[in-house]
Write a protein that binds this ligand. Sequence first.
Ligand code: ADP
Ligand code: MN
Ligand code: MN
Ligand code: MN
Ligand code: MN
Length: 335
Amino acid sequence: MTFKAEYLWIDGTEPTAKLRSKTKILAAGAEPPVWGFDGSSTNQAEGHSSDLVLQPVFSCPDPIRGGGNILVLCEVLHTDLTPHPSNTRALLRPVAEKYAEHGSLFGIEQEYTFFEGSRPLGFPENGFPAPQGGYYCGVGADEIFGREIVEKHLDNCLAAGLGISGINAEVMPGQWEFQVGPLSPLEVADHMWVARWLLYRTAEDFGVSATLDAKPAKGDWNGAGAHTNFSTRAMREGYDPIITACEALGDGDKPLLHVKNYGTGIESRLTGLHETAPWNEYSYGVSDRGASVRIPWQVEVDRKGYIEDRRPNANCDPYVVTRLIVDTCCTALEK
Ligand code: ADP
Ligand code: MN
Ligand code: MN
Ligand code: MN
Ligand code: MN
């Protein structure tokens, strides 16, 4: 007997990496072994020295194929087994380990937009739909586009055992969100990459594509972000560490360092309009959706909890975002 292992990896496409996958047939009971691929076809190698290594790091049931089939998320290594430059997970590992006692947890809100052909799903062939206002968490065929895909994606994530924690329709037609977490830094990012792959794969069967483009419709339409909710054990137990984390994210060159690594086209989304803060001005505040970092109102009432970094783009790399937040905040919390 055999089963199918779908190997997933992150490629080297600039400026935003893409997911790739291919299938390996394994004998019943076998552990997924290391595998290889042609890096010259994924912007990860030159043709004359193209072999790269897929190192399995996270496996889960494959809800697309079902049965005993699995998804296998991989890190990309050189043939000498050192991490490839595109392998941002390898950079997160030592930082997560260094600050492991802090008990960091992340919940990431992944916004995305469905496209049919060249238009967002729900946009008419000519002109534009009614302006924003009724779509967010809406109901009804005049406001909701793609719900059957979204429901299928949610079921697929649950069947895969991913830590998905909710979904909602977003502010622009055809725009949606799912949340992953709270989970540890490596877990939230691994689960997010697999959930993204499942999003593309689920929508594929409906003839629809999904994009993480941060500003998929120009003009007076909300962009797509990946609000990143973060806490350490100390933040979950008291308010002073909440403020320490907010201040640390605003200290010195940190705002620019973070924003530069929070996804492609960040200035196109962090304009100061559409529930964002300008990319070049750091701020934090309670309940403030126009701030870079929001302290949820319940957190201020409870005097403990978590903070929301609203800056990451939908197309951010969660390995990079979680590494920077853990590094910046935990360093400050240790002072
Ligand atoms: P919003 O009101 O900004 O739309 P959501 O409900 O979409 O918020 O997402 C909030 C996220 O915060 C969820 O993914 C949730 O799991 C996560 N979260 C809740 N508590 C914590 C915590 N203590 N630390 C980190 N993340 C948390
Ligand atoms: Mn071949
Ligand atoms: Mn949300
Ligand atoms: Mn949202
Ligand atoms: Mn949010």
